[in-house]
Design a protein around this ligand. Structure first.
Ligand code: UDP
Length: 342
């Protein structure tokens, strides 16, 4: 049987590169497209080294309709996983037009070209940010979305809606939106991982850089929240587990079983972990110290959110497998690799 091929836009990025690895391991052909604006060709090299497959790479900006069209003519893929997007929440508040242009244009181009060329399946990278400050935890897919608190979050909601309406209108188009919780960690080989450019905005890269001595001190944004230890609670999902959820989504769409044409799944562990707990575990598991101090709350942070992943467990047959300790060890191994510490 001919192998199914998947186009991975943003495949040189953090989640995209891990997903490319898991797709290849599951027997798919993969084409990576990325404009390298916030990613690195070394991630593609890492994917090739891990898998032993010379994965094709095309430097394409998905906002460039012509170039994307050429890619669609060049490769015979049935499915697209669309990661290519700008992702810094804070930046999106200061540069909203950049976010609306990048994230909406690229998504519209992909979906329009899929329709025009008869490509049936798309997986869209959504985010638990669409829930905002939910009234109860954990959140299920039925938990109402709250108005977005940033242009970034708004683009996620808008793309979900575009996808829902497009699959309702166009025969033969199917879509799955995966709502990621907080992806962390790196591939166990330490050949690919997260590579923030400049000052890390996310917790775990800041933790690993502080442990490595690149940053002096981690600021913990608030210990006066109404949670057991006063710090925020999140659902930290291992990036390899998250990558496998994409494979499960592709499998479901390619399988031809009867199901709704547009589906949404929470991709989290179902376990809430506080910031202080995460830092403590990181220190214990890796035997390193993370200098930290408590500072004021960060604007826009929600108190707590974690997933009810039952739907993904039951319908996609997917569940998070790696423990928090394994994931925090992989994050540290990757940081050491980046710093040439071993
Ligand atoms: N956080 C922190 N210090 C940092 C970065 C993040 O205390 O330098 C906290 C942040 O307030 C939040 C959690 O870590 O409670 C996760 O933040 P991150 O930016 O990684 O993801 P978010 O949940 O905001 O998408």
């Amino acid at each position: 049987m001919e192998k199914q091929c998947v186009l991975v836009t943003g495949g040189a990025g953090y989640i995209g590169s891990h997903t490319a690895v898991e797709l290849i391991a599951a027997g798919y052909d993969v084409v990576i497209a990325d404009d390298l604006s916030n990613s690195d060709l070394r991630a593609v090299e890492g994917v090739r080294r891990i898998t032993g497959v010379e994965v094709p790479f095309e430097q394409v900006d998905c906002c460039d309709r012509e170039a994307l069209g050429r890619l669609f003519r060049q490769y015979r893929f049935d499915s697209v996983i669309h990661f290519a997007a700008s992702k810094a929440v804070g930046e999106s508040v200061h540069e909203p037009l950049k976010y609306y242009r990048n994230n909406l244009t690229s998504f519209l181009n992909v979906v329009e070209l899929m329709r025009a060329t008869g490509r049936p399946n798309i997986v869209f990278s959504s985010s638990c940010t669409v829930y905002g400050e939910a009234d109860a935890q954990p959140v299920t897919e039925r938990t109402p979305r709250k108005p977005a608190t940033s242009p970034y979050g708004n683009t996620k909601q808008m793309c979900e809606d575009v996808l829902r309406d497009a699959v309702a209108a166009y025969e033969g188009l199917r879509g799955i939106a995966l709502r990621y919780f907080n992806p962390i960690g790196a591939h166990p080989s330490a050949l690919i991982g997260e590579q923030p450019q400049g000052m890390p905005q996310n917790l775990v890269p800041y933790v690993t850089q502080t442990a490595a001595g690149i940053r002096e001190c981690l600021s913990i944004f608030g210990d006066d929240y109404p949670t057991p230890d006063g710090s925020n609670i999140r659902d930290y999902i291992d990036v390899t587990d998250l990558a496998r959820a994409h494979v499960a989504a592709i499998r479901r769409m390619c399988g031809g079983a009867r199901r709704a044409d547009y589906e949404v799944f929470n991709i989290g562990t179902g376990r809430g972990v506080s910031v202080l707990e995460l830092v403590r575990r990181f220190e214990q598991v890796n035997g390193v110290k993370v200098n930290h101090r408590i500072v004021g709350r960060r604007e826009g942070d929600i108190v707590a959110i974690w997933a009810d992943p039952t739907l993904a467990n039951e319908v996609l047959g997917w569940r998070a497998e790696r423990t928090l300790d394994q994931t925090l060890a992989s994050a540290w191994a990757w940081q050491k690799h980046l710093c040439g510490m071993e």
